[in-house]
Design a protein around this ligand. Structure first.
Ligand code: GLN
Length: 196
């Protein structure tokens, strides 16, 4: 069985653990860099991207997560996690982990509509998937290799680039586990490929 880690420095960690387990994989909360060696895929949860970035730096995760991705191991960023994965963040000099070739805007649906829910058709994953958006970002530009998986109000809210996956919303806050199951299948496949 593959093991999926949830970066547990801040944010919606426990909900991800529950949905990973419901999707039939093993989940661990990752609090120390050494734990990256025990996992086959990593989820960067929602929360507050600037806070999470500060903690990533102070716990020594920055290069370690980039290296984890370079090894071909899948990474899935949800909401703040999507912001962390982007090459560029609008209005900021530097992006964060820069795993995905895209630009994102934070709190992009407007602060006044802080949260909303929608049913989305997500390519490769399924139709009418329940999505919870909380002060969500969206993707404003994408480079080569990035595939749009879903849009909402004409904005890109889910994308994939090889073994990297991201959503602007929180799939772990619903009991619709199809996205996590899709990621778990990506992890299982990459584990088999990397082992052979
Ligand atoms: N608005 C947050 C940020 O910019 C993300 C919100 C979330 O993860 N739910 O980091």
């Amino acid at each position: 069985m593959s093991v999926i880690g949830v970066l547990a420095l801040q944010g919606a960690v426990r909900e991800h653990v529950r949905s990973i387990e419901e999707a039939g994989a093993r989940a661990i909360e990752v609090k120390r860099v050494e734990q990256l060696n025990q996992i086959d895929g990593l989820i960067l949860p929602g929360g507050e991207s600037t806070t999470m970035r500060r903690l990533i730096d102070s716990y020594g995760f920055f290069e370690a997560i980039r290296e984890f991705g370079r090894q071909g191991k899948p990474v899935f960023g949800t909401c703040a996690g999507l912001i962390l994965m982007a090459e560029t963040v609008e209005g900021q000099e530097d992006g964060h982990l820069g795993l995905m070739n895209m630009t994102v805007a934070r709190n992009a649906f407007g602060r006044q509509v802080a949260s909303f829910e929608a049913n989305l058709d997500i390519k490769h994953v399924g139709e009418s998937i329940h999505a919870v958006f909380i002060r969500a970002p969206y993707i404003t530009e994408m480079g080569t290799g990035v595939e749009v998986l879903a849009t909402h109000q004409n904005q890109i809210v889910a994308a994939k680039q090889g073994h990297y996956l991201c959503t602007a919303f929180h799939p772990e806050l619903t009991d619709d586990n199809r996205l996590i199951a899709y990621f778990a299948a990506m992890v299982e496949q990459s584990k088999n490929t990397l082992a052979s």
